[in-house]
Design a protein around this ligand. Structure first.
Ligand code: DAK
Length: 257
């Protein structure tokens, strides 16, 4: 891996992925995105990992797709490269991904953070979809996920003017889970991952899938989907362990089976 750093057992059950193109503010070139897709697939298949934290560095989570790499491309080049399959694969990760964001999260960087399941932001984080300023528009979910998070008026303003919002504003509108001082954002994300890693890995994956389904369906279909996943929990040993541990007044030992 050249442009990301992967530590599968950074803490017990928690993997850390660091975007690692600091000079380019972690601009997301094709190779970096391919590496990220492959790393997430490997971590998803690794039983010793239960939650994943994705981060950049203090100055930038990611300042967007690599403009220098995109500048000369034609529509047919973009079609043939088919970056969407990479982004779709990232979205299919079953384990929870927490973005730890400091500094710039712009364009594809903002979209990548929003593709994660939760966002912990440092007080210096800035979110934006500035594609309009370079003659294009968001292409990896920005117009959809930002609108669902912030509502139409705020999202429209950001997408049509390219203005950034601060971490504080992002929190006010529910785009991020919380904002913490810059020296704490990674630790806070790892702590959150640690809390989730104590739960049943099966139930966590089924619950993540169900929450995400609410973005894609109406209420009745979403409730139906939730019900199926709820039943599925009862096929796991973790359900027996969790409920027996409660009755026996002890801490559960979940195995993911
Ligand atoms: N791409 C390439 N290089 C970038 C970059 C980017 N997005 N952002 C920054 N850099 C590079 C700069 O060119 C500079 O490199 P050198 O000149 O030193 O070689 C270095 O990083 C440091 O940047 P600055 O010197 O500009 O630093 P400043 O602090 O002055 O400014 C900034 C920071 C973040 C405000 C500024 O760098 C900036 O405006 N960056 C561009 C932000 C942007 O427009 N982002 C949106 C890009 S478009 C798709 C999926 C996703 C996308 C498209 C398709 N498919 C699935 C098909 C996404 C598109 C985008 O994200």
């Amino acid at each position: 891996m050249e442009f990301i750093k992967v530590t599968p057992n950074h803490r017990e059950y928690i993997a850390l992925i660091e975007l690692n193109r600091p000079k380019e503010l972690n601009a997301l070139n094709l190779q970096l995105m391919g590496e990220l897709r492959d790393a997430l697939k490997q971590l998803d298949d690794d039983d010793s990992v239960r939650a994943i934290v994705l981060t950049g560095n203090e100055r930038a989570f990611a300042a967007g797709a690599d403009i220098k790499q995109m500048a000369g491309k034609t529509a047919i080049d973009m079609f043939n490269i088919d970056q969407f399959s990479t982004w779709d694969q990232i979205k299919k990760t079953k384990k929870p991904i927490i973005a730890a964001v400091s500094g710039f999260a712009l364009g594809g960087g903002c979209e990548l953070a929003m593709t994660c399941d939760m966002i912990i932001a440092s007080e210096t984080a800035q979110f934006g979809q500035p594609e309009i300023k370079i003659g294009v528009m968001p292409g990896a979910g920005g117009t959809q996920r930002l609108t669902k998070a912030l509502g139409k008026a705020k999202a429209m303003e950001m997408v049509l003017t390219g203005k950034f919002i601060s971490a504080e504003e992002a929190e006010k509108h529910g785009l991020v889970n919380r904002v913490v001082p810059v020296e704490l954002y990674l630790d806070e994300a790892l702590k959150l991952a640690g809390e989730i890693a104590k739960m049943s890995p099966v139930a966590v994956k089924l619950a993540k899938e169900s929450v995400n389904r609410s973005f894609e369906t109406g209420l009745d279909e979403g409730l139906y989907f939730e019900r199926k996943n709820f039943y599925m929990c009862f096929a796991s040993e973790d359900q027996k362990e969790g409920m027996n541990a409660f009755v026996e007044k002890r801490a559960p030992q979940f195995t993911g089976k």
